[in-house]
Design a protein around this ligand. Structure first.
Ligand code: NAD
Length: 496
């Protein structure tokens, strides 16, 4: 049983509720995970609130030392984390290793906290008066994460929030909960004081308790758009600072002058990597005529080279979907696309699989001739289903992308610098790739979408993460011995 991690120790829940943890490649229940009730959550928040005070008061040098130790432990224990991710999520090992590497980048960024927390100073703004600012931690931060990146997404927030002097209560996905407890132990081993990181497992009950808890100051959420909107509204109503990252429908526009081999490779890697269960997966290829026939044929050819199988096998390119219910939902979109009139170029149903029969398998699927009204276009499928929409050029492609309700990532494939520049400026998305299909920003930039892909003002990690996890304070000071103002009833100004 995966239990909660509260105040630096494994802590059995009081609710009596729990859920199955399933290996998606075999379909077998491998363990169970505790589901918190509000009392469990309350204990975690109390521990965090107490720890936050001491942690924030520690010197920057001592906090940095913990970050460096954690970075080293994460690097040396990465393989164990990869195994955990593969067994509960199902993604292939190379993909899980990439996720851990991106998590590590966030820790390395946070190791620079002495620079990140530097503030401004202005001398003598008025005679004898100086002004400086400081960024202080917000206090207790609630992090709610999705199943598809059980290491990287919690780390987007944990690393920066902890570095900035906050305490964290993490509520990871109940589908793959073990990585969070593993990371919590590593933080403890690195010297993080107990209570600065707590992990509470569960479902909506735990999330709702976190959103409403009066001692929680900020919420960072990542998940599907309907839940993101709910979390944003609910947490804001309870007076919390909140950032809620939602779902996506990422487009990749291919212009006629693009390197079609490069574009086809990118479409297949970004469309079917992690079985399409990535918020930055490409789900729509927008092919500008006259190259659509050639592009579709090249993509289909690349797809025939993919091996679907157990993520533990070195020859697998794509693993199973995360649950049976999700697999069935994705398959229902394949049926819907065919019945709504799209051309099914490659059918992933019933493909040969290098794994056990009980796994949640669905092969890579390609549709051509997709239009804006079809459900395979409008909905986030979050599976290995790639749609091709044909357009007559850059303008039509851009306006299609900009009409879409989501705005996470968007990419253009072209050799034309002017077209790429115009696309980058005009596209309504938070992250843009030029001949790069999954433009997930490096850790010293920030990650976030537009429109239905993010609710809130501030993106995740990087400089915007530091901004989110700290509050600004401005101090205006004058010392005796400088100019004495005497009695002055006018509103203070810098005229002196
Ligand atoms: P999800 O929305 O089902 O769950 C996310 C988290 O919210 C989980 O911890 C879950 O326990 C909790 N939750 C689920 N339903 C809830 C409810 N009704 N009330 C309160 N809490 C609830 O998402 P998922 O299936 O775990 O993850 C996939 C989704 O996450 C996709 O839509 C994907 O695009 C999105 N995602 C977005 C990003 C991004 O950065 N924008 C990154 C990764 C994943």
């Amino acid at each position: 049983m995966t239990e909660h991690w509260i105040d630096g120790a494994v802590t059995p829940g009081t609710s009596g509720r729990s859920g199955d943890v399933v290996d998606p490649a075999t379909g077998t229940v491998t363990s169970r995970v505790a589901f918190a009730d509000p009392a469990d959550l309350d204990r975690a928040v109390a521990s965090a609130a107490e720890a936050a005070e001491h942690w924030a008061a520690l010197s920057v040098a001592r906090r940095t030392a913990v970050l460096f130790s954690f970075r080293e432990l994460l690097r040396t224990r990465a393989d164990e984390l990869v195994d955990i991710v593969v067994s509960e999520h199902g993604k292939v090992r190379s993909d899980a290793a990439g996720e851990v590497q991106r998590a590590l980048e966030n820790v390395e960024y946070a190791c620079g906290l002495p620079s990140l927390l530097k503030s401004d100073f202005s001398a003598n703004v008025s005679t004898g008066v100086d002004v400086h600012s400081m960024r202080q931690p917000v206090g207790v931060v609630g992090v709610i994460s999705p199943f598809n990146f059980p290491v990287m997404v919690p780390m987007w927030f944990m690393a920066v929030a902890i570095a900035c002097g906050n305490a964290v209560v993490l509520k990871p996905s109940e589908k793959d909960p073990s990585a969070s407890n593993f990371m919590a132990r590593l933080w403890q081993e690195a010297g993080l004081p107990d209570g600065v990181l707590n992990v509470v497992h569960g479902d909506k009950v735990a999330v709702d308790a976190l959103l409403a808890h009066p001692r929680v100051d900020a919420i960072s959420f990542v998940g599907s758009t309907p839940v993101a909107r709910y979390v944003y509204e609910t947490a804001a109503r309870h007076g919390k600072r909140v950032q809620a990252l939602g779902g996506a429908k990422n487009h990749m526009l291919v212009l006629p002058d693009a390197d079609l081999d490069q574009a086809a490779d990118a479409a297949v890697s970004a469309g079917f990597g992690s079985a399409g269960e990535r918020c930055m997966a490409v789900s729509v290829v927008v092919a500008a005529e006259p190259i659509a026939d050639r592009l579709v044929a090249t993509i289909a050819d690349r797809m025939s080279q993919l091996t679907v199988g157990d993520g533990r096998r070195p020859d697998s390119d794509m693993g199973p979907l995360v649950t049976q219910a999700h697999r069935d939902r994705v398959e229902s979109y394949v049926r819907a696309g065919a019945s709504e009139g799209a051309t099914l170029v490659v059918d992933g149903r019933g493909q040969t699989v290098n794994g056990e029969a009980g796994g949640f398998w669905l092969g890579p699927t390609l549709f051509d001739g997709v239009d804006e009204k079809m459900s395979i276009y409008t909905d986030e499928i979050f599976g290995p289903v790639l749609s091709v929409v044909r357009v007559d050029g850059l303008d039509e492609g851009l306006s299609l992308i900009n009409r879409n309700a989501y705005g996470n990532g968007a990419a253009i494939f072209t050799r034309d610098g002017g077209a790429a520049r115009r696309f980058s400026e005009a596209v309504q998305a938070g992250m843009v790739g030029v001949n790069v299909p999954i433009p997930v920003p490096v850790a010293h930039y920030s990650f976030g979408g537009w429109k239905g892909s993010l609710f809130g003002d501030v993106h995740a990690y990087g400089p915007e993460g530091v901004h989110f996890f700290t509050r600004n304070k401005v101090i205006t000071s004058r010392w005796p011995g400088t100019l004495s103002e005497g009695l002055n009833m006018a509103f203070p100004s810098t005229a002196e």
